[in-house]
Design a protein around this ligand. Structure first.
Ligand code: HEC
Length: 113
C-alpha cells in the first residue's frame, strides 16, 4: 500500500474506533429503560401499570433513599427480591455485569436528588 494511503487508512480507523466502542456497551440509561422501566417507571416513580399493581416504591422519594443502603440496592438487583421461596423480582446476575449493576445503583440514587 502507498504510504499516504496507509496513513489515511490509519486515521480513519482511529476516528471510527471510539464510536464503535460507544455503540457496543449499553449505557446505564439504556439498561434502566429496557430492563427496569416497565415496572419501576422511566422516572423511577413506578407509575406504570405493572408498578402500580406490584405497589412498587417511588425511587424519587427520600423515604426510599433513606431506607435502602447502596449494598441493599445492589443485592436486590443482582440476587433478586424474595418473599419466602417466591421471587418478587427476579435476579439480574446473569443478565447484567457487576459494573452494570453498580451503574444502576448510582442511577437510582440520582433519582432521589
Ligand atoms: C417485572 C417487574 C420488575 C422489573 C422488570 C424490575 N423490578 Fe425491581 N422490583 C420489582 C418488585 C416486585 C420488587 C419488590 C418490591 C417489594 O419488596 O415490595 C422490586 C424491588 C427492587 C429493588 C429493591 C428495593 C425495592 O424497591 O423494594 C430494587 C433496587 C429494584 N427492584 C431495582 C430494579 C432494577 C435496577 C431493575 C432493572 C435491572 C428492576 N428492578 C426490574 C419488580 C420489578
Amino acid at each position: 500500500m502507498h504510504k499516504l494511503a496507509k496513513i489515511i487508512a490509519l486515521m480513519i480507523g482511529l476516528s471510527i474506533l471510539p464510536w464503535q466502542a460507544m455503540a457496543e456497551g449499553e449505557s446505564v440509561e439504556d439498561n434502566w429503560k429496557s430492563q427496569c422501566a416497565k415496572c419501576h417507571g422511566a422516572d423511577g416513580k413506578a407509575k406504570t401499570k405493572a408498578g402500580m399493581k406490584l405497589k412498587l416504591k417511588d425511587y424519587t422519594k427520600a423515604e426510599f433513599q433513606e431506607a435502602f443502603t447502596d449494598e441493599e440496592v445492589f443485592d436486590a438487583i443482582k440476587d433478586g427480591v424474595k418473599k419466602g421461596e417466591k421471587f418478587l423480582m427476579k435476579p439480574y446476575a446473569e443478565k447484567l455485569s457487576d459494573e452494570d449493576i453498580n451503574a444502576l445503583v448510582v442511577y437510582i440514587r440520582a433519582m432521589g436528588e
